[in-house]
Design a protein around this ligand. Structure first.
Ligand SMILES: [Cu+2]
Length: 185
């Protein structure tokens, strides 16, 4: 079976490998039944959680309480309305946050780029920020991550996939395997 593998983020030391399979465009991308998939109009809760990605429990900062964060899936041309809610309370780490949508052009929506202290103030605890942008001319595999200090190293990252309904390469693959490699600081 032919597969198209998307390689997402990599750290200096790649210790963890997490894979997720979603149905590719050949099957017209019926809404995924996987639990950890969000659409372009969603709420993303940023929370602290103790997990043990390398076998040693530690507090982390997670989108949606999972590592990696949920797959955010959309179609080319969609409008994104992503409401990021900050529920962080572990004061041993940063408790403010922001999320950057890596690779998205943000044409005429620069304010939604998610870069703390550059395009927005950090989202305060118990606060939220509504990121609103469109992707009229982009498709492919991207990722999202915290853009506050080095917070993404504490776990806040996940895949973002934009499908093209008229993908010219659709006949070249049967399955879209998303892959996230990551490291913790
Ligand atoms: Cu980035």
């Amino acid at each position: 079976m032919r597969t198209l593998v998307h390689l997402l983020a990599s750290g200096l030391v790649n210790l963890f490998l997490v894979t997720a399979t979603v149905v590719g465009p050949r099957f017209h991308r019926a809404p995924s039944r996987r639990a950890n998939v969000l659409g372009p109009v969603s709420t993303v809760e940023v929370v602290n959680k103790v997990i043990a990605p390398d076998g040693f429990p530690r507090s982390t900062v997670l989108a949606g309480g999972t590592f990696p964060g949920p797959l955010i899936q959309a179609q080319k041309g969609d409008e994104f309305l992503l409401n990021v809610t900050n529920l962080l309370n572990d004061t041993s780490m940063d408790i403010t946050t922001s999320i950057h949508w890596h690779g998205i052009f943000q044409h005429q929506s620069n304010w939604a780029d998610g870069t703390a202290w550059i395009t927005q103030c950090p989202i305060q605890p118990n606060g939220s920020f509504l990121y609103r942008f469109t992707v009229p001319d982009q498709a492919g595999t991207y990722w999202y991550h915290s853009h506050l200090s080095a917070q993404y190293c504490d776990g806040l990252r996940g895949p973002l996939v934009i499908y093209d309904p008229d993908d010219p390469l659709a006949d070249m693959y049967d399955v879209d395997d998303g892959m996230v490699t990551s490291s913790f600081c």
